[in-house]
Design a protein around this ligand. Structure first.
Ligand code: 6PG
Length: 264
């Protein structure tokens, strides 16, 4: 049975998968992604995947580039970004630049299938509207229900560029928001929580002891749930890929039940 997080998390176990280390969890997640993409594309559909920024997913992107170059039908995959720092696309801080370096350079994906968030407009709000148009061009009249959204999580529970206390968390309509984040660089674009919660599947990649408090709060929310805790797709699956250090504060029974040996 695949559990999904719901409002009363005390009853339903999250789909938490704890692997020995960040490299192993990245490898297992990459294999799962490969299976999902091939499964979807074999039915004649394209696969829409939202990429996360930050450092944790770089290992996963490197594995996709090195080991899945010829095992994923990249011509049928469309890549989007969950958030972007409002810097030039060739800036070392750009999430697009990181993905280009770690993945795009090495896989045969058509340029037309790569949909970075625009950061070259003077007004980030206009850039958010421009990205929304890009999403609408892909989804047409449908709601933006991505096949898979990859997310990371900050030490205080932010995800994408949705930070605790941000009014953007309660944006009811927009698909893409421009935000002022409490980190450098401060101006960012982010998919809204509304879009994150429309996903068919969400993968959180969480590694390292510094994430342990936030992972506990994400799976067992406090009075005011963190942004990561609020990612609960109405009709979708959330999978938490973690290492033991990040899972340190979780209840023993959950950690034991969530331990996974690598399949590959
Ligand atoms: C970003 C990310 C952000 C990231 C977390 C975790 O633009 O930085 O989208 O949400 O996923 O901050 O980052 P690390 O993986 O580097 O810990």
């Amino acid at each position: 049975m695949v559990y999904t997080l719901n409002h009363d998390q005390s009853k339903v176990q999250p789909d938490l998968r704890i692997y020995a280390d960040a490299d192993t969890l990245s490898r297992e997640a990459a294999s799962d992604i490969g299976e999902r993409i091939n499964g979807r594309v074999s039915t004649g559909q394209t696969f829409s995947m939202v990429l996360s920024g930050g450092t944790t997913p770089e290992t996963l992107y490197g594995i996709l580039a090195a080991e899945f170059r010829d095992r994923i039908p990249w011509r049928s995959v469309h890549l989007f970004w969950g958030d972007e720092r409002y810097v030039p696309a060739n800036d070392p801080l750009s999430n697009y630049a990181m993905v280009k370096r770690a993945l795009l350079r090495d896989v045969p994906i058509p340029d037309a299938n790569i949909h970075p968030m625009p950061t070259d407009l003077p007004d980030p709000d206009k850039a958010a509207r421009a990205y929304e148009s890009i999403l609408k061009a892909y989804f047409g009249p449908r709601e933006p229900r991505f096949d898979l959204i990859l997310l990371g999580m900050g030490e205080e529970g932010h995800t994408a560029s949705l930070f605790p206390g941000s009014p953007a968390l309660d944006e009811p309509e927009l698909w893409v928001v421009a935000v002022h984040a409490p980190v450098q660089p401060p101006v960012r674009l982010s998919l809204s929580l509304r879009v994150l919660n429309l996903a068919e599947s969400v993968f959180f990649l969480v590694a390292g002891a510094k994430k342990a408090p936030a992972l506990l709060r994400a799976l067992f929310p406090a009075e005011v749930p963190s942004p990561a805790a609020r990612v609960r797709p109405n009709d979708g699956q959330v999978v938490w890929w973690a290492d033991p250090a990040a899972a340190e504060f979780l209840p023993d029974a959950l950690r034991k039940a969530s331990w996974r040996e690598p399949k590959r």
